[in-house]
Design a protein around this ligand. Structure first.
Ligand SMILES: Nc1ncnc2c1ncn2[C@@H]1O[C@H](COP(=O)(O)OP(=O)(O)O)[C@@H](O)[C@H]1O
Ligand SMILES: CC(=O)N[C@@H](CCC(=O)OP(=O)(O)O)C(=O)O
Length: 260
């Protein structure tokens, strides 16, 4: 099976979770699966920006990104966070190749047109997954940061959930899993929903049961499901070890997002 696993910044903060996730990813590869990792790093970027004296501002879960913020995103996401993840996989004896969307033109971006304007925030305009195939042929895991190269020569900051769904669609993945810092999507009663259909999402958004970072995540789930990705799950990073159980549907953690 082909898995795209998205690792959120909050999960990457905790060395124990990183260790757990790294082991689970290596086990999947050992079992003969193809695995691509797309990572975030929002928390880490916010921290670096604060050190630079910049306050982070988000609109519907997306960071307002001026040129200085975009350059910091390159430094933090494509740099420190990406390389740390490659190193963590290496500690498990799993080789990994770090790249951002610009490398090999795997992901090209265009500016996201929004009101208000978000600056250098992009969306994926085209993909070329051949480099990912080459990395898989070598038995390695591609580790992809959420930066993509525009046709105007500028790098764009892409929400990592959106990048993960673009990756799952481009590679025709069987499953897209979001490893995150919450036990799943919580409903109006505060309980984790074991299943969530796309039809239910707009009502939950209108009543603000779903907000913040969960908005782009569910938009990414929808994009993947409507473009042929069969399994989409939001999973607490603590449950990373149960990733292989996803294949047999024996998994009892997180929220399975479904078309209907
Ligand atoms: N209904 C909901 N259920 C769970 N989390 C929610 C919900 N609505 C908003 N959230 C927020 O979404 C966040 C997860 O998104 P995000 O911070 O972007 O995670 P990640 O870094 O893994 O992408 C949670 O920490 C939580 O604050
Ligand atoms: C446009 C936009 O908002 N990009 C995100 C990219 C990182 C990300 O998405 O990280 P998490 O998955 O850890 O939240 C940002 O700047 O925070």
């Amino acid at each position: 099976m082909k898995f795209v696993v998205k690792l959120g910044g909050a999960a990457l903060e905790d060395p124990k979770l990183l260790h757990l996730a790294g082991k689970a990813l290596k086990d999947l590869v050992e079992d003969g699966h193809q695995v691509a990792v797309v990572h975030g790093g929002g928390v880490q970027l916010t921290r670096t920006l604060a050190q630079m004296g910049k306050v982070s501002e988000f609109v519907s879960g997306l960071r307002v990104t001026d040129a200085e913020t975009r350059d910091a995103a390159l430094m933090v996401l494509a740099g420190r966070v990406n390389k740390s993840l490659v190193a963590a996989l290496g500690q498990h004896g799993q080789s990994a190749v770090g790249l951002s969307g610009g490398d090999g033109h795997v992901f090209r971006a265009r500016k996201k047109i929004t009101t208000p304007d978000l600056g250098f925030v992009g969306e994926i305009a085209s993909t070329d997954p051949r480099w990912l195939d080459a990395i898989w042929k070598m038995g390695a895991i591609p580790v992809i940061s959420s930066i993509a190269l525009g046709f105007d020569g500028e790098y764009y900051n892409i929400n990592a959930d959106e990048m993960a769904s673009a990756c799952a669609i481009a590679t025709k993945a069987d499953a897209l899993v979001f490893l995150t810092d919450v036990p799943g999507v919580k409903g109006a009663d505060g309980q984790v929903m074991r299943w969530l259909t796309l039809k239910e999402v707009p009502t939950l958004e209108k009543s603000a049961v779903i907000s913040g970072g969960m908005l782009p995540k569910l938009a990414a789930c929808k994009a993947a499901l409507t473009h042929g990705v069969k399994r989409v799950r939001i999973l607490p990073a603590e449950a990373a070890a149960s990733l292989p159980d996803l294949i047999s549907s024996r998994i009892n953690e997180g929220t399975e997002v479904m078309v209907a």
